[in-house]
Write a protein that binds this ligand. Structure first.
Ligand code: FAD
Ligand code: A2P
Length: 378
């Protein structure tokens, strides 16, 4: 259970929630699945402050964990210094060659489709901020331009700027394998499967990967007010940037960003086996009940009030009064994932606004003007 990390400062690492009973009690929907993840978050306790941990490990470290919620120390803190986010440090003509650290399937056996968590070592050379994306150029030739490389595919980064190893040297992606099924036979046609997502999900530790970026400013986490409210709406892999935000808010110890506001995540997936990073998010519910809310919409397991599929927009409707009040008080709202969710969400918000005697068009233009409205769908 305990081991020394490789981080520059000597540290003891404790897997969060390695006690299953703790995880179960932390979780509010007992009929959902749990899967142990090798990349499960770790708490890093500074050895200088907790040297007794080494002498009497279990007792001291448990009491530390219970007394408060220790956060992970991260480095290098210079990653906080820039005033502007890094942008397009590497372009398609001269991509950076990074190395795959790990590829882990995130979903259970009953999930339709496969989603993988991919950790990439960029050696600290392709820094990024939470909410940005990397481009990936899959190996091989572009079928539309013989002799030329494939086009760049964008992937939202699912880690904070410090990466899952907290040392600023890695970035993580959350990738859904694009599989093509012949509409007539219903059978998979591998010749039409997505090039880049399959390359990423099939890659092995040590493989090389060409990346560009980082790119994107729309989904940057506004940090001017550490007590702000952030309402995050995700379908599937759209959860990626929110995982980054939440790790920054609740897992990492960043001296210049001490989050004291409210983060509210709505996550839409097909079923409980398809939930992404659920243990990590459930842990925040236990540790930060006043600062975190987490609502799941399981489209193929739950029904909405009309007996249809439970989608994120149905959850939004359920909490619409609170959401509208929070927006009126300056909350940021973010949408990431399936492009197809936006019309349904807009319809829901419009209907709710009308019921409240408000004009959705006016409200939306105000939200956009105030930079409270952030959309990245694909
Ligand atoms: P492609 O090879 O580009 O194929 C695209 C689709 O066409 C696939 O579904 C494929 O099966 C189908 N296809 C291929 N050939 C045929 C044919 N002959 N006939 C019919 N269909 C065919 N994705 C993620 O998984 N995670 C993310 O975090 C993420 N973030 C993104 C962020 C942004 C800003 C954007 C714009 C996109 C993001 N994406 C993300 C989507 C990602 O960029 C890719 O589009 C996705 O992975 C598919 O790329 P691919 O190379 O696998 O598929
Ligand atoms: P479903 O596929 O049951 O219709 P994916 O795994 O394909 O990325 O999808 C993530 C979730 O988004 C799934 O639960 C999917 O439901 C749901 N979804 C699909 N279409 C929409 C939509 N138009 N609005 C909201 N959610 C959607």
């Amino acid at each position: 259970m305990f081991h020394l990390t490789l981080s520059q400062q000597a540290a003891v690492t404790v897997p969060i929630g390695s006690d299953l009973s703790l995880r179960r009690s932390a979780f509010k929907a007992p009929n959902l699945n749990f899967r142990d993840k090798p990349w499960a978050p770790v708490l890093t306790l500074d050895l200088k402050a907790n040297s007794s941990c080494l002498r009497s490990r279990n007792v001291v470290c448990m009491s530390v964990q219970q007394a408060s919620v220790p956060k992970v120390s991260v480095s290098p803190l210079e990653l906080e210094d820039a005033k502007e986010p890094p942008l397009n440090l590497y372009k398609p003509k001269e991509p950076y060659t990074a190395t795959i650290v790990s590829v882990e399937r995130l979903v259970g056996p009953k999930a339709p489709g496969e989603t993988c968590h991919i950790v990439i070592d960029h050696g600290g050379n392709v820094p990024y901020w939470e909410g940005q994306s990397y481009g990936v150029i899959p190996p091989g030739e572009n079928p539309k331009k013989p002799g030329a490389p494939h086009n760049v595919r964008l992937y939202s980064i699912a880690s904070t700027r410090y990466g899952d190893s907290f040392d600023g040297k890695t970035a993580s992606l959350c990738v859904r394998r694009a599989v093509y099924y012949d509409p007539e036979t219903g059978k998979e046609d591998p010749s039409k499967n997505g090039v880049c997502s399959n390359f990423l999900c099939d890659s092995k530790p040590g493989d090389k990967i060409k990346i560009t970026g980082p790119s994107g400013k729309i989904m940057l986490l506004p940090e001017d007010d550490p007590n702000a409210t952030h309402i995050m709406i995700a379908t599937g892999t759209g959860v990626a940037p929110f995982r980054g935000y939440l790790r920054r808010m609740f897992m990492e110890s960043v001296p210049t960003y001490k989050f004291g506001g409210l983060a509210w995540l709505f996550l839409g997936v097909a079923n409980s086996d398809s939930l992404l990073y659920d243990e990590e998010f459930s842990k925040y519910l236990t540790d930060y009940p006043d600062n975190f809310r987490y609502d799941r919409a399981l489209s193929r397991e739950q029904k909405n009030k009309n007996g249809g599929k439970m989608y994120v927009q149905d959850k939004i409707e359920e909490y619409s009064d609170e959401i509208f009040k929070l927006l009126d008080n300056g909350a940021h709202i973010y949408f990431c994932g399936l492009k197809g969710m936006m019309p349904g969400i807009q319809d829901t918000l419009k209907r709710v606004a009308e019921q409240r005697g408000e004009s959705w068009e006016e409200k939306l233009s105000q939200l956009k003007k105030n930079k409270q409205w952030h959309v990245e769908v694909y």
